[in-house]
Design a binder for this molecule. Structure first.
Ligand code: AMP
Length: 424
């Protein structure tokens, strides 16, 4: 086999492939994030990878970077205007409304996992194709629901062994108190020395200016009106309840009155999980309440809350902390047959092991003993089952412990039960 020519194609800019062995960590992260959700009444939902473009322009917001700069849009041959999904919430809400889930008991609690696409400037932790696990609780205005979601994300990160993450928490107010605050902030911002693009932002989305990372902007923001001082009583009360519930659950958080986030639909509770080992792309996940989104996309009033955690950045955070996940062995037993008769016999052993739930693999391709043992070691298996014609004639196979190097004959008929017993 000539293995030299490689494909001239590469993964598109800003994307990368998940390949073994590293891909195992991604699966483990998805599993760890979804496990607490599945234990908490969240049902699995899957929506298409693309949607009508208007769902996002209306839902995520015409003024956001995601919609104006980062969406992959396309016109189909039939003339439909579609966009690859840049985030999950709008799609999940669209699907729930379409299926009338909200006419059953509320809240409707859903979780999802999938690929998302944003045309961003690629850098470490920022890709054009990335992976999120998300959760949405639709149709209830209850601080316990906001707290539940934050606690579940916190517990998921902890269960992975992450320690150096922080939770930033803020309230963005609601339709009662935000308009007056927005106007006060606009007045303040109009008096500052800002570039044209930022000036335009004052009109369309002034809260985003608070989030500007540039020092020159931040210095001028000292003394800006803060939403905290403009929250109405109902929002204040709601936020206080969320904070109390988090504290009672032992979940530490930092009040961050500048936390705005890049999507327009948020109201009241907003939060972000940041990891300090990631450099500039430090947000590993985030979310918040979006009480007006359903109406924005033509649905009924449906106050809701949700989050999305980035799988790619969570894996980077694990690496930054040097956390080694305890992954189940990909292969526990590796079969090494010597000769045709042994191949047939050991292949049945491998099938039996697999049916009994043991991860087993086989030296395919007629390899000699040396190469086959190399494959066995590479597989990470603890045991090798080796057999040649003489062994079979004696009704045995050789069971080799690849850790200690010890090897002993075992009756062919009992090798499966023996391996199952060793495994405990
Ligand atoms: P957002 O939908 O922007 O709130 O993002 C939620 C999470 O998704 C972030 O905290 C990141 O972990 C992840 N994420 C968002 N955009 C990207 C990207 N371009 N590349 C990798 N991860 C991303």
């Amino acid at each position: 086999m000539n293995l030299h020519p490689v494909s001239t194609f590469k993964a598109p800019k800003g994307t990368y492939d998940l390949i073994p062995p590293d891909s195992a960590a991604f699966l483990a992260v998805r599993e760890a994030i979804s496990a607490p959700l599945r234990r908490s009444g969240y049902g699995y939902i899957e929506t298409p990878g693309f949607e009508n473009v208007e769902l996002f322009s209306r839902g995520v917001g015409e003024s956001t970077d995601i919609v104006t700069k980062e969406m992959y849009t396309l016109t189909t041959k039939g003339g439909d205007e579609l966009a690859l999904r840049p985030e999950g919430t709008a799609s999940v809400l669209r699907a729930a409304l379409e299926a009338n889930l909200h006419r059953g008991g509320l809240p409707v609690k859903l979780w999802y996992s999938g690929s998302y696409y944003r045309y961003e400037r690629p850098q470490k932790g920022r890709y054009r194709h990335f992976s999120q696990v998300g959760a949405e609780a639709l149709g209830a205005e209850d601080p316990a629901l906001d707290a539940e979601l934050i606690i579940l994300a916190h517990d998921a990160y902890r269960s992975l062994g992450l320690r150096n993450f922080r939770i930033l928490l803020n309230s963005l107010g609601d339709k009662e108190c935000r308009p007056a605050y927005r106007a006060a902030l606009q007045d303040f911002l109009r008096g500052l020395d800002l570039d044209d693009e930022t000036r335009r932002r004052i009109d369309i989305n002034p809260l985003r200016v608070l989030d500007d990372k540039r020092d020159a902007v931040q210095q001028q923001l000292v003394g800006a009106p803060m939403l905290r001082d403009h929250l109405c009583e109902a929002c204040k009360e709601y936020h206080e309840r969320v904070r109390e519930l988090l504290t009672a659950a032992g979940v530490a958080f930092e009040d961050d009155e500048k936390l705005v986030r890049g999507l327009d639909y948020y109201t009241r509770t907003t939060f972000e999980f940041v990891h300090d080992g990631l450099g500039s792309q430090s947000a590993v996940g985030g979310g918040g309440r979006y009480d007006g989104l359903s109406e924005m996309i033509g649905g009924p009033e449906l106050p809701s809350v949700g989050w999305a955690l980035g799988v790619d950045r969570t894996v980077l955070a694990l690496r930054a902390e040097g956390v080694e996940l305890e992954l189940p062995a990909a292969t526990e037993v590796f079969a090494v047959p010597l000769g045709e008769e042994a191949r047939r016999a050991l292949f049945t052993v491998v099938t039996e092991l697999r049916r009994a739930g043991v991860a087993a693999d086989f030296a395919y391709g007629g390899k000699g003993l040396k190469n086959a043992m190399k494959s066995a070691n590479r597989s990470g298996a603890r045991y090798a089952v080796v057999a040649g014609e003489r062994d079979l004639a004696e009704g045995v196979v050789q069971l080799k412990d690849l850790e200690s190097g010890e090897q002993a004959p075992v009756a062919f008929d009992t090798v499966v039960s023996e391996l199952l017993a060793k495994r405990g």
